[in-house]
Design a protein around this ligand. Sequence first.
Ligand code: FAD
Length: 371
Amino acid sequence: MGQSDITIIGGGVVGLSVALGLLRAGQVVTVLDGADGDFRASQGNFGLVWLQGKGAGFAPYARWTAQAVAAWPEFAATLRQVSGLDVALSQPGGYEFFTDAAELADFAAGLERQQANLGYKAHEILTGDDLRRDISGIGQGVVGASFCPRDGHVNPLRLLRALRIAVVTMGGRIVADASVTKIAAASGGGFDLTLQNGTKRGAGKLVLCAGLGAAPLATDLGFTAQIRPQRGELLITEKLADRLPFLSSTIRQVDEGGVQIGGTHADAGLNDAETLGMMTGLARHAVTVFPALAGVRVVRSWGALRVMSADGYPVYARSALHPDACLVTCHSGVTLAPLHASDLTDWIVNRTSAPEKGAFDDTRFALSTAA
Ligand SMILES: Cc1cc2nc3c(=O)[nH]c(=O)nc-3n(C[C@H](O)[C@H](O)[C@H](O)COP(=O)(O)OP(=O)(O)OC[C@H]3O[C@@H](n4cnc5c(N)ncnc54)[C@H](O)[C@@H]3O)c2cc1C
């Protein structure tokens, strides 16, 4: 790859993963990150590296996620080598617990569709009695679960820190408090960027990874993707010496000992405040699944906004107006980090084919609007 000067707008998990891939390919990379008050999904997420249920309705996403999950051990080892930090990757397999038989049947049907898309089976369905036999302490209210042996998790805040250190160690530059407010094509090629603080900067190639902050800039660059927030709420308990005997999509124990409980979804615009109703529901769910949690103190709760495209799948798009500008945005940026740091690199630098034959291009939104 020839060397180019690439500016990444957004220094969350997505922008930093992309930056790391570009740096490893020998590119000159600057990351412009926004302000501390920005919405930052990378600082509020659940840390799952998760395949179960992903891509039931879209085969490229099922395959892409499976590839990412498989790439995680090597990615974690690279991060450890370059940053010196262990992101606590653990892939013991994960459960989706259900207290309602109809909801389990519905989810199982989705897993069958995911299996058809993957071309192999990556899950099993267990009854409540199976679970109570295999895992000590599962509550009587659990009617069953699905299990995927490939599922896992990391420490998400340490991942963000490891990515930052790795980017700087590899020679990248991260500029904080550098919110971009305007992008214009420069007369001699490349781009002129205007920052919130009034300063101007030039950029050769651009990769827009600004999470929810990408929406106005994406429009400037001619992308059709609509980026919307979706609120999730979480609880974390005091640190426990005992290890939780399972990992699930809603209850997991962080390597440091706290039990994190989450999994809510709400369309609440740009309001990321947690709500008592959701907190109560999360606590009730956790105690139903694993009654021993009833005696454990919750020490913190928070809400955070997911970065969602219109159909919930990633967007990897090159601007038709300005081919040196790409948009990279997704939900599940933790899970997909290894591929953002590898498989997107050649596409960004050399304009080679996009992942999954362009299935994640934003033209899919233009087509669906037209239909
Ligand atoms: C509650 C919740 C649970 C989640 N759980 C999981 C999970 O278990 N597993 C998983 O894989 N994913 C999960 N996710 C999703 C994951 O957190 C996101 O996909 C990922 O963090 C998105 O990263 P990002 O870099 O795109 O966005 P962000 O983290 O939002 O970062 C965007 C960055 O861009 C900067 N920025 C914004 N505007 C500008 C601008 N104009 N100029 C310059 N910089 C700008 C911001 O300051 C910010 O640093 C979860 C998300 C939430 C909210």
